[in-house]
Design a protein around this ligand. Sequence first.
Ligand code: MN
Length: 241
Amino acid sequence: MNKPIIGILGNILITESGVFLGIEKSYVNSDYVESVLKGGGVPIILPVSSNEDVIESQIQNIDGLIISGGYDVNPLLYGEEPSQKLGITYPKIDDYYIKAVSIALKLKKPILGICKGMQLLNIVYGGTLYQDLSYNEESFIKHRQDTNPQEGTHTIEVFNESKLYKIVGKSVNGNSFHHQAVKDLGKGLKVSAKAKDGVIEAIESEDDYFVLGVQWHPELMTNNSEIMVKIFKKLVEESNK
Ligand code: MN
């Protein structure tokens, strides 16, 4: 049986020293690759492109998609000017991600968005973000942990009747490496989990089509946590239909 091909949206790193100073590298952290393998899929890294035909072909050739984490999302994409606490953005990457995700949605490819990937998913559905969690007056939890990335540091309460609940159950400890969060939810999405300060930690499509976004980084936890592996197994299973 052929294993499903899981495309992971690539990121860009700028070389900071040596003869290739300033040259861009296409990459993803290997934890995404390893987690897809643990989930039973075949990982493929999809490099950033501005050519719509190329992007369409990239997405046609995969069975499921992971939107990986990375820089802050360009706020102009959700109708806001940059606030003072906005971090680094890379508009070329965002433009690619938006096109790739829109095509994946059109082709009904199963999608898992991770961290920035979840935030971007919300924007494609028409939602908005807090550009920094300090702009959310209710938030009191440390969402940028200094603890080992493989360790969960805050509680994530999962709502009944969600796709996520069927995968991980009603509560998990998640790691946390974000300073932005979902503000207004996009149309067609529902919240599937929150932290105890009300910060949205997971979103999913309202219908049966598998679209899931998680604010934490399960791919960094799959060495020690079978529950986190289940998230990737589920994506692979959905991509096999
Ligand atoms: Mn968090």
